[in-house]
Design a protein around this ligand. Sequence first.
Ligand SMILES: [Zn+2]
Length: 104
Amino acid sequence: MKMLAHCPMCHSAYEPSEIRLLGEKGTTRLFHCTCGSCKHAVLAVVLEAAGSVSSVGLMTDMEVQDAMRFQLAGPVTTDECIAVHRLLESESQAICAALLDRKA
Ligand SMILES: [Zn+2]
């Protein structure tokens, strides 16, 4: 598909193996593209209607496995947002320590 030919970050051409179709519904398809050069990933919605094709791309830090998993997940609730906010405030030191540990 020509619209998904190049990485929007470094403009390298995608290899066919770097473009994955995650799902389709009617004339709308959702793709995940991972650039082999700069490793940035994009979620792209491609819509075909009346002979024309349009697309919306969104940079993501999701790997293709995450994108497939989250596709089936329900929407995040207000209560979940508040719970995460409270956790980030009350446990910020522990969270930072855990993140730094994972990087080391
Ligand atoms: Zn790239």
